[in-house]
Every structure is written in structure tokens, then in C-alpha cells.
Design a protein around this ligand. Structure first.
Ligand SMILES: Nc1ncnc2c1ncn2[C@@H]1O[C@H](COP(=O)(O)OP(=O)(O)O)[C@@H](O)[C@H]1O
Ligand SMILES: [Mg+2]
Length: 357
């Protein structure tokens, strides 16, 4: 992959700190995935609760209740689904909401499940409506109605399913219709990771990848990883490259900082696009408020890219606020870019209306 592309397309998967996995990631991720709950770092509450759910099911010799995992990309949802299967000693089938176009696709998957199997349904909020309705019955009664034929002659043939565990994952639990949400026996909300937890993730991955790293080096990478293990692993690999080429392979704080400067990931984890958005907001629009479309034009990006890729992190970091009048920079944004806010901040310059909001 060519890092020069990082912000040309703005596509999240092409960015170093983006949270969607690319192909290289997927291969390495598989190797770095914790295999059981004991290896899974952080998310203490989720781990404790899930441990109880799974232990109890095992003790009863039953199939575990359906589990819903919600949280931002890269926090470990896919990993946890595999751990659930491993802890239950069950096979796992992996699919996703967008992959299920028709209810028939889902019926085919459901009817081929083995008893106790874990069905992992990623991006469950993006499933089609008919498939969703079929899933209600499958989750509750382990039964589906397969419709044969069309029009007045169509008949529903009931089909018994073996008990299975549905593990649904979503980045937006709020988007799930309540009847679907209610059918999960256990819902886990994954939080962003603390720096200390990410340091452990970095050490663990370095160990598995046979990379030498000292504690300060791991802390430096963890601090720039946006609370996300996937990003921590990705930054670790880029820093490893740098350490091999420019130094003796050992990752220290200095090496990590120098490497991440090359990849334009700053001390807080902001990348080039994040900073471009902030700079435009501060330098061109005096800190806002400015409409999203205007801001996107100013940085030469699609509106969606700015809204979905850059903004969530900037908002979470307290650098940018979304207000009814438009995007506004916070005092922390001025400080982060080393700029001084104008005294009349917030008065508006009229510029924000040039392109409309
Ligand atoms: N708690 C954790 N401990 C260690 N590594 C983790 C943890 N959570 C996620 N990871 C790592 O981060 C990567 C992304 O995790 P993944 O489960 O694919 O996230 P999601 O499905 O939520 O997008 C995986 O390679 C995994 O190794
Ligand atoms: Mg995933």
C-alpha cells in the first residue's frame, strides 16, 4: 500500500489512523487476535459479564444466549465473537448485514448451522428489513418460515433450527430497531481503551511480531492510537519499519516519535486530514461556526469524509463541536495547533456563508 495516498482519496481504509481494516491489516490482525478472554486486554466490565454468561451456559450444557456487541471500529468486536466461540468450544460462521441481501440468503445460512454454532453477524444494523424479520423468529423460537412460490400461491414452510448463538456487532447500537435489540440476552458496549491498556496491546503485539520495544516507545505509540487497538497495531508496524531501516530495530520513544512524524500522525493521534480540517476551521473561518459543506470544500474533501472520518475523533478529543449553526473550534483546537484565537471569536466573518451550509 502506498502511504502517499493517505489523504488523496480520503477513504478511511487508506488512512494510517483510519479505523477500518485494509488487507494487510486483516492478515496481521488474524495473527494478533487474542484467542480467549484471558488474553483480551481491557474492557473489564464486558469481560467479567461475558465470562459469567459463557460459564453459566457451559455449566448448564446449553447454548449461550445471543450477544450484541456495540462500539467503534477496531475495538475488538470481531475478536470477541471468535473468543465467544472458542470459549464455548463451538464452531463459528461469519457474515455481515450488507452481505445478506434477501431473507433467503439468511435462511440458507441459518438452516445450515450446527447445534451450538456461533453465527457472527457483523454490521447487523445494515441488514435488509425482510432478513431482519426472519431473524426475530430465528433468535426467539429457533425457527424460520421459508416462503416457497410467489403471489397468492406462496406458502410458508416452517423449518426448525438447531439452537445457536447469534453474535451481532454494530458501530451504532442506536440504529437497531428495538425488537431486534430486545432479542439479545446480553449487550456489551465496548469503550475506547485507556492509554495504559493500549500500551499492553502494543507490548503484546510487539512480542508476537518479534519486535523489540521499550516501555517509553510503547507509551508513545499508545498515546497516538485514538483509544483503538487496531490503530495501535497499525502504528506499531509502521514504527517497526522505521526502526529497522533507520535504527537498530529497537523502538524507543524517540524512534516512535520520529517514525510517526514521517507518517504525519501527531502527538495526539491526529493525521493530515484531521489537521487540515482544524486548520481550515481556524485559519479560514476564524474558528467557526462554519457549515460542513463549506469546510469540506475548503479542505478539498467530500462532505461525508469530513463528517464520518475526521469529525468523530475531533469531537471526541474536544477539538471541534458540532452546533446547529455549524462547526466550531474549541479553545483546545487553537492550543493544539499553536494558534491564538481572535478576540471576537464566534462573531463570524460572513465567510461561512460563501458556499452555504
Ligand atoms: N482487547 C484487545 N486486546 C488485544 N488486542 C485487541 C483487543 N481488541 C482488539 N484487538 C486487536 O485489534 C484488532 C482489531 O480488532 P477487531 O476485533 O477486528 O475490531 P472490530 O471488529 O471491533 O472492528 C485485532 O487485530 C485485535 O488483535
Ligand atoms: Mg470487525
Amino acid at each position: 500500500m502506498n502511504w502517499d495516498d493517505t489523504t488523496d482519496t480520503g477513504a478511511e481504509e487508506e488512512r494510517l489512523v483510519g479505523s477500518v481494516a485494509d488487507r494487510e491489516d486483516q492478515a496481521v490482525e488474524a495473527a494478533l487476535r487474542p484467542k480467549d478472554l484471558g488474553e483480551f486486554i481491557g474492557q473489564e466490565k464486558v469481560r467479567e459479564q461475558l465470562d459469567l454468561v459463557l460459564r453459566a451456559a457451559r455449566a448448564r450444557g446449553a447454548t449461550a444466549d445471543h450477544v450484541l456487541l456495540s462500539g467503534a471500529p477496531g475495538l475488538g468486536k470481531t475478536t470477541l465473537s471468535m473468543i465467544i466461540a472458542a470459549e464455548m468450544g463451538a464452531p463459528i460462521r461469519i457474515t455481515s448485514g450488507p452481505a445478506i441481501q434477501h431473507a433467503g440468503d439468511l435462511a440458507a445460512i441459518l438452516s445450515s448451522l450446527q447445534e451450538g454454532e456461533v453465527l457472527f453477524l457483523d454490521e447487523i444494523h445494515r441488514m435488509s428489513r425482510p432478513a431482519e424479520e426472519m431473524l426475530y423468529m430465528a433468535m426467539e423460537d429457533f425457527r424460520v418460515d421459508v416462503i416457497v412460490g410467489k403471489g397468492p400461491g406462496a406458502t410458508a414452510i416452517p423449518l426448525e433450527l438447531p439452537p445457536f448463538t447469534l453474535v451481532g456487532a454494530t458501530t451504532r447500537a442506536g440504529l437497531l430497531p428495538p425488537p431486534l435489540r430486545d432479542r439479545f440476552g446480553f449487550t456489551a458496549h465496548m469503550e475506547f481503551y485507556e492509554p495504559a491498556e493500549l500500551e499492553r496491546v502494543v507490548h503484546r503485539s510487539a512480542n508476537l511480531l518479534d519486535v523489540e520495544i521499550d516501555p517509553a516507545g510503547a507509551a508513545e505509540i499508545a498515546g497516538r492510537s485514538r483509544g483503538t487497538p487496531r490503530i495501535a497495531n497499525r502504528l506499531l508496524r509502521r514504527v517497526r519499519d522505521y526502526a529497522q531501516v533507520k535504527a537498530d530495530g529497537l523502538i524507543t520513544r524517540e524512534i516512535a516519535a520520529a517514525a510517526l512524524a514521517v507518517y504525519e500522525v501527531d502527538a495526539r493521534g491526529l493525521d493530515r486530514l484531521d489537521r487540515a480540517v482544524l486548520e481550515a476551521l481556524l485559519k479560514l473561518f476564524g474558528g467557526g461556526p462554519v457549515g460542513l459543506s463549506t469546510l469540506a470544500v475548503a479542505v478539498g474533501e467530500e462532505r461525508e469524509t469530513v463528517e464520518e472520518v475526521a469529525e468523530p475523533f475531533l469531537v471526541r478529543e474536544g477539538l471541534l463541536a458540532r452546533t446547529p449553526r455549524g462547526r466550531v473550534a474549541t479553545p483546545a483546537a487553537w492550543a493544539h495547533l499553536g494558534l491564538t484565537p481572535p478576540r471576537s471569536q464566534g462573531a463570524g466573518t460572513g465567510q461561512q456563508d460563501l458556499f452555504g451550509a
